[in-house]
Design a protein around this ligand. Structure first.
Ligand code: PMP
Length: 443
């Protein structure tokens, strides 16, 4: 790890902590990558890894897929630009695609990240309902900004009663205002969720949720049904943050799998085929708040009787190159048998790992859905953030560190994302590496 150590020492001199996102750090220093192909990463020291990070789930077809590469090059060479800065038909084509796949999408706007998508969805909900507060679940991540950086990894002491969680800031620098304006709910506990929502009814614009917490802890079907029922009754918009689950549970995301129609949906990650992207989709009447034709007509000086449009801007929104990569990504997923094969592969790896740990006498279960799962050193149920507090993370971290040395890339304690290009050989290699890692850690 000489090269990585040197690169890290250099990075620390110009980048805080040597990393461009806090989560990229791990002890003693992160590994610097130099190349990637398919399901493999190659580091600066010449080691290679089977990649299960896949850029936090974004790369559903692995690294440098030829069809995605071709679409990007075609877009730049034949259409002659990286970005027009004007409307173009690629935006329409993608929006049509999304509206046909996602039950909750009738109108679409683009952003440049998942964070921006959830942020826009919240503003749409506030503009639509005229209510100031939002609700979110403990342990759910929606991006790094003031409204939602609450109760993501709270200390149990600070988080208080599991049925009445306190809002706990995830970061320094968060305005106190949001402590009262971001209501925290317990995931997969319908009775408490309903009680808290009713208490604040009339003030809450939106309940934003990950239908699958962290991409691997699914909501119970009855919980999802209950959340949809109660939000509808209270006039609270339901925002499904499908940044992680989009295209991973099914082509139409978790909403298709659960049979739930949210009022708004946020997408990101897979949608960009490896390029930065986000999208917000929703019911026509809700998304109409974004229609610029509603606003005061400055040029003619005439004021319409419509309320002011919600401000949404972005130099790179609907970027042609990004959308070309995204369209190629979706086209590949729509090919016959591709999604089924991805699910089968994911199940296979999970089953082989569970069988292996059983034989080794180490408590472990995989928790997940679609093509994402996590390895949990426990026999117990994992249904929400509080359940995670009772899992042995120390042992898992040591296994992950050993796995890195053996050539399996999961950032320590991260989940596993599978791609359509992982092979049988990758799966076997990974199971063998787990066997070696666990034996080594057990001593
Ligand atoms: N929502 C969820 C559910 C996510 O997993 C993430 C990213 N991990 C985001 C939002 C933010 O997306 P981005 O990192 O593209 O801003």
């Amino acid at each position: 790890m000489q090269q990585s150590a040197e690169a890290y020492a250099r990075a620390e001199k110009v980048i805080p902590g040597g990393v461009t996102a806090n989560i990229k750090y791990f002890d003693p220093h992160p590994i610097f990558m130099k190349k990637a192909a398919g399901s493999h990463l190659y580091d600066a020291d010449g080691n290679h890894y089977v990649d299960y990070l896949l850029s936090y789930g974004a790369l559903i077809h692995g690294h440098g897929h030829p069809s995605i590469k071709k679409a990007v090059i075609r877009q730049m060479e034949e259409d002659g630009t990286t970005i027009y800065g004007t409307p173009h038909e690629g935006e329409v084509e993608m929006a049509e695609q999304l509206c046909s796949l996602y039950p909750g999408m009738e109108r679409v706007r683009y952003t440049n990240s998942g964070l921006e998508a959830t942020l826009l969805a919240l503003r749409v909900a506030k503009a639509y309902t005229g209510r100031p507060k939002i609700a979110k679940f403990e342990g759910h991540y929606h991006g790094g900004y003031d409204q939602v950086l609450w109760s993501i990894h709270p200390d149990e002491q600070e988080a208080g009663d599991a049925e009445e969680p306190n809002p706990v800031p995830e970061s320094s620098g968060l305005p106190e205002y949001y402590q009262d304006h971001t209501i925290i709910l317990p995931f997969n506990d319908l009775e408490s969720t309903e009680r808290i929502l009713r208490r604040h009814a009339g003030e809450i614009s939106a309940l934003m949720m990950e239908p699958v917490q962290g991409g691997y802890i699914p909501a119970d079907q009855s919980f999802m049904d209950g959340v949809r029922r109660v939000t509808k009754e209270l006039g609270i918009l339901l925002i499904m943050d499908e940044v992680k689950t989009g295209f991973r549970l099914s082509l139409g995301g978790a909403q298709k799998t659960y049979g739930i129609i949210p009022d708004l949906t946020a997408l990101g990650k897979v949608l960009g085929g490896g390029f930065p992207v986000g999208a917000v989709g929703g019911a026509e009447h809700v998304m109409e708040v974004l229609n610029p034709k509603r606003s005061y007509d400055v040029m003619s000086g005439s004021s319409s009787d419509q309320p002011r449009a919600l401000f949404h801007s972005g130099t790179y929104n609907g970027h042609p190159t990004v959308l070309a990569a995204g369209m190629a990504t979706i086209d590949l997923l729509q090919q016959r048998g591709v999604m089924e094969d991805l699910m089968t592969k994911t199940h296979k790896l999970r089953k082989h790992l569970e069988d292996l740990y059983k034989v080794m006498g180490v408590p472990m279960k995989t928790v997940g859905t679609g093509s994402i799962f996590n390895v949990m050193m426990t026999d117990g149920d994992i249904r929400n953030y509080r359940d995670l507090q009772h899992v042995d993370m120390t042992f898992r971290k040591r296994v992950d560190e050993r796995l890195l040395q053996l050539g399996v890339y999961t950032k320590p304690l991260n989940r596993y994302s599978m791609s359509t290009v992982h092979t049988e050989a990758d799966i076997q290699f990974t199971v063998d590496a787990h066997e070696k890692a666990v034996k080594n850690v057990k001593g």
